[in-house]
Design a protein around this ligand. Sequence first.
Ligand code: ZN
Ligand code: ZN
Length: 652
Amino acid sequence: MWLSCQPPQQPHFSFHTRHQNPIHSHTRHHPTSVSLHPPSTTNNNHLIQSLCKKGHIKQAIQKLTQEPNPTQHTYELLILSCSVANSIPDAITVNRRLIDDGFDKDPFLATKLIDMYSELGSIEYARQVFDEMPNRTIYVWNAFFQALTLAGHGLDVFSLFSCMNTDGIKPDRFTYTYVLKACVASDSSFSLLPKGKEIHAHILRHGFETNVHIMTTLVDMYAKFGCVTQAGYVFNEMPSKNVVSWSAMIACYAKNARPFEAMQLLGQMMLEVDDLAPNSVTMVSVLQACGSLAALEQGKLLHGYILRRGLDSVLPVIASLITMYSRCGELELGKRVFDQMVRRDVVSWNALISSYGMHGFGEKAIEVYNEMVSNKIVPSPITFVSLLGACSHSGLVEKGKILFESMIKDHGIRPSVEHYACMVDLLGRANRLDEAIKIIQDMRIEPGPKVWGSLLGSCRIHCNVELGERASKRLFELEPTNAGNYVLLAEIYASKCLWDKVLNVKKLLQDRGLEKKSGCSWIEVKRKIYSFASVDEFNPHIDQLHAFLIQLSIEMKEQGYKPETKVVLYDVEEEEKERILLGHSEKLAVAFGLINSSKGETIRITKNLRLCEDCHSVTKFLSKFANREIMVRDVNRIHCFKDGVCSCGDYW
Ligand code: ZN
Ligand code: ZN
């Protein structure tokens, strides 16, 4: 990584052969498209411009050789055409001639060239243009910052930002926006959050804290790093907020597993701010939050709002609506929304495919995919993530393998870490762990935590100690602070009664100052959302719920229920294990639902972790015993319990 304050080290083509054209000795400081070069618009200039507009870049370049005085506007159009034609060789030809004509000192054209190279994916050429510019006005800096950010070179942006300050160039609002975006867009292996915080301080020092655009980008940046508290602090301190700011904060909550706060903030926005109506961006986040909480009634209210505000023509909103219904367990309502769409894009189709997948209807997901392809919609990488996930939840191993092959061969999609993780999950879940390992060994990219995590999850299902240890060893290196991996390994040991090893893992967790993520479940009753934690002594309903569950367990045992005590990670008496199991958050939520909702009403629960075997068998039992349909969405999929059976067929 070099600093762009120095000259480029590997020139790809020479900028040094230029001669100064006396006509073009003028240097511009402000890049607007009004040319300060003499008006020499000849017929050739007109012709080149018209060829560019028609997209005939080759002919335009041919004509350029016959024109002694191309104008700034001619160059502007030539540069644009090279971008559209996606042609680096043409871009280089135009660039060379531009240098010969002395236009390389023109900041307006320099920004256009940087934008062009950025679009063509050649950050090094963009860097060369930047380095060769003698007079960098703020516009050139901003263009290059944007190019670097898009290319994922976040670190370079920061080095340059310091150079810019040393050069005495004052950053403007665009500069700050690009630099903040660079923090999250960086492909460096370590977090640029500390850099982001430095920029935050810089912004405050230079009096930009009242700028709504910058402060909103700051909220976005903290949100992307998962720093919800800091994002909230910036948001609350903003003297004025627009709909983008509110949406950014709502999205921050929705994307950082704080759906409850996202919904609350929407309520506040609608109450407090008269002239700000939530827009399509706000809706996408709130629908996501609604889906996370399985808050069907709230979701229906939002659907009404979307129709009233005419947002039902916005495709991402409708895709989010389909997903929301499906995540609330109402697959049919989601399908109805899909059927009513006049126009559908790949995102709409993906939403339906993943809905079927989440519910365990793998065959149906494949059917929808085939229909999509026959409708001439080109599948995206996400389509295959949804499809492979669908196959995994339904145990369709062979079909999944065929789809994976077809993705590469027929659709030219290079498998990403997500696709590999799906394949490992598909094979691992089906207890074909050797094949899963083979997939990892044959990967052409670094497996990363997602892939190893899939393998560890499968080892947990099939109680495979040896492979589980291998996967967790890699995971402890890759994500040393993810407590979930330690817990999975401990669960594998516990399932084999290897209590010494369980204790070792727990000690490791403690030594590293990590805590097991506690189980949390949510339920919506009469449009209000209630949350339950696994150790929830302060919950006002706790005594009533415990008494209810103890009574239930006595009755269930009479009818053949046996508690699955192997999921308890403590080497304690069976009775104590049963007591611990009864305190699981999803059982508390189910009990609360049974007590507080009307007969015949479906109970909808969401859980932040995987549903444990014991809660699964208790819920199956309750669906029959209490004659209730119960939907539980855990971190992996949706379970619909009815008449003593679950839609997952006990495969999850
Ligand atoms: Zn449980
Ligand atoms: Zn199930």
